[in-house]
Write a protein of this length. Structure first.
Length: 94
C-alpha cells in the first residue's frame, strides 16, 4: 500500500493515506496498540500516516450489521467514544 500511495503522490502530491488500527484488544494486559505502533514506526511507511484513533474489539460491533449503527442495537459508551474520536479526527473537528 505504501508503494501504491508513493506512485499516486507522483500524480497528486496532496493525496494522503491513513492507517486505522482496529480489533485492538480491550484486555489491559495485551498492548496491541503499542506493538503495532512500534512495528509501524520501525518500517518504511513514509507515505502512510497512523491515525490517533483506534477501534477496539467489542461485542457490540459484531451485533451491528445491515446498515445499522451501534445506537440501533444497544448502548456501549466506550464504543460510542471510539467512534466519536474517529469522526473528530477524520473531519478535523478536534
Amino acid at each position: 500500500m505504501n508503494v501504491l500511495i508513493g506512485y499516486a503522490k507522483e500524480i497528486n502530491e496532496s493525496i494522503r493515506a491513513y492507517v486505522l488500527i482496529n480489533e485492538v484488544s480491550t484486555n489491559t494486559f495485551v498492548d496491541d496498540m503499542k506493538a503495532f505502533q512500534d512495528y509501524f514506526h520501525s518500517g518504511e511507511y513514509e507515505h502512510l500516516q497512523l491515525m490517533k484513533s483506534k477501534i477496539s474489539h467489542r461485542r457490540i460491533y459484531k451485533k451491528v450489521g445491515g446498515g445499522h449503527s451501534i445506537d440501533d442495537v444497544g448502548t456501549d459508551a466506550k464504543a460510542e467514544a471510539e467512534l466519536e474520536e474517529l469522526y473528530k479526527e477524520v473531519f478535523n473537528d478536534v
